[in-house]
Ligand binder design. Sequence first.
Ligand SMILES: Nc1ncnc2c1ncn2[C@@H]1O[C@H](COP(=O)(O)OP(=O)(O)O)[C@@H](O)[C@H]1O
Ligand SMILES: [Mg+2]
Length: 233
Amino acid sequence: MIEIKELKMSYGKSRALNGINLSLEKGQVVALMGPNGSGKSTLLKSILGLVIPQKGKIFVNETDIANNYLYRTNIGYMPQIANYPENLKVKELFNIIRDIRNGSKEKDEELLEKFRIFEIYDKYFGQLSGGYKQRVTASIAFLFDPDILILDEPTASLDPLSTEIMKSKIIDSKNENKLIIISSHIISEMEELADRIVYLLEGSIRLNMNIKDIKNGSGERLGKAIARVLQSN
Ligand SMILES: Nc1ncnc2c1ncn2[C@@H]1O[C@H](COP(=O)(O)OP(=O)(O)O)[C@@H](O)[C@H]1O
Ligand SMILES: [Mg+2]
């Protein structure tokens, strides 16, 4: 579904991605982990065409994404930080997105309802708490029922109840055979949700394994098992 080959990306002189090779298939939740600055957001943005890497190729459903933008209609994206204009009302934001999609039908309003977005329709985006901003961006990511979901630290500012809503949405999407890529620091959450861990360090993939294989029947907590595998690599 997504194929990444020899991807290299620098911001000026600083190297963010250092030769990434990665192949991701549908019907799974992939956790993109690694410390701050390891390149997680940059990798996710490269798949979306929001940053343009200097080297390498990305294929989405066998199509090279360079000079192509239509593939994006099949990806739902939840950015780490939502940068919508502060003086835009939530209602206006949804109207703009509907206009941009130009008649594509909204197929999935479940999160809008469960997160009670309609109740804040008349608030300005800049007035919303971090948690509400994340609820808005999550609702947008799932709205057009895309086959691929890219969620950049989706539960970072969510309250416990909203986190549970988000988790069940992710699991439902996986059961609909979608590909969900989540960047996160929260190991316990990834242990619950993910099938595979891709661990980045300084722009390189240090580990790319199914959770089952990482644990290898050891009964360890996931964090400990990841540390063990990283040390033996
Ligand atoms: N817009 C940018 N301009 C310059 N450097 C950036 C920019 N975005 C990210 N970086 C740098 O690229 C590296 C990877 O960042 P990022 O992809 O945000 O990592 P992560 O999401 O894992 O925290 C870091 O060293 C970061 O400082
Ligand atoms: Mg990030």
